[in-house]
Write a protein that binds this ligand. Structure first.
Ligand SMILES: C[S@@+](CC[C@H](N)C(=O)[O-])C[C@H]1O[C@@H](n2cnc3c(N)ncnc32)[C@H](O)[C@@H]1O
Length: 252
């Protein structure tokens, strides 16, 4: 499937063996209904809005009459169904979305925030490989960059170096296709803590749910500083490494 992926012009320092993309690539294995939650089409958005209004106000008299006339579905049954759909959508958003807003930067604007850097410092655990640094000063809590890759269904591999969870049954794998976000390193052995974090956010302009990397808390990040997340202890224990927060040398 990767042969058909539409690529974008890569940034400088990009690894040529990996396809550079500027939007998520959805595996055909992802059920349409599931994709709809993360990336609803216009029709689904209109429908959800109508349903939400109906849940709030209940069906109008004309609709009630039409329902009675049809005779098969009563107004009460339809109202219950609306409530159910709206309820499931709200549950889903509450569970998966940490943040919502309508003025997030586009992917093109996001790219100005970061730069891929080859690490040459011998004391850095990724010396010889790559990391991401701030290409300009970054403000507290700002969205830096979306994590892009192939959205896979029920195939989360805890041993992949480039995979992130995306809701319950989905994951984003940036091993073969991705953007600069695949180069965020873990803070362990580099700094005392992370300065950026992964968050699921809902862009209310596009109605899409994305995984973004944000500046952590009240931190201000200076141009040139390396951007470091936490992969979590399980990332390292799955690789046979019991990593304390700062120690990198305890390979089993
Ligand atoms: C998502 S990639 C990060 C980008 C990677 N440095 C590269 O050049 O492709 C994750 C891999 O980077 C390496 N890595 C990232 N942070 C690390 C750290 N703090 N200590 C040791 N290795 C790290 C590990 O090999 C890890 O599996």
């Amino acid at each position: 499937m990767y042969r058909d992926v539409k690529t974008a012009t890569p940034c400088s320092g990009w690894t040529p063996e990996v396809k550079y993309i500027d939007k998520l690539v959805w595996s055909p294995a992802v059920p349409k209904e599931l994709k709809q939650f993360f990336e609803p089409n216009q029709q689904a958005i209109e429908q959800a809005k109508k349903q939400q209004n109906s849940v709030r106000s209940g069906p109008d008299d004309k609709t009630k009459k039409a329902n009675t006339d049809i005779g098969s579905v009563t107004a009460e049954e339809e109202e219950e169904e609306w409530k159910d759909i709206a309820g499931r959508t709200l549950n889903f958003l509450n569970e998966h979305v940490n943040l919502r807003g309508s003025d997030f930067p586009s992917i093109k604007e996001q790219r100005r925030n970061i730069k891929i850097k080859k690490i040459t410092d011998k004391s850095h655990p990724c010396c010889g490989a790559y990391g991401l640094v701030a290409a300009q000063n970054l403000a507290p809590r700002q969205l830096i960059l979306d994590y892009l890759g192939v959205v896979e269904y029920k195939s989360y591999s805890s041993s992949s170096d480039y995979v992130l969870r995306y809701g319950i049954d989905l994951s984003i794998d940036a091993e073969k296709c991705g953007n600069e976000a695949r180069f965020f390193n873990d803070f362990r052995g580099v700094a005392t803590g992370p300065n950026v974090c992964f968050l699921n956010y809902l862009d209310e302009r596009t109605e899409k749910i994305r995984v973004g990397v944000f500046v952590l808390g009240n931190k201000k990040i200076k141009k040139g500083e390396e951007l470091l997340v936490t992969y979590g202890k399980s990332f390292w224990s799955n690789r046979g490494m019991e990593m304390s927060e700062q120690n990198h040398s305890k390979h089993k």
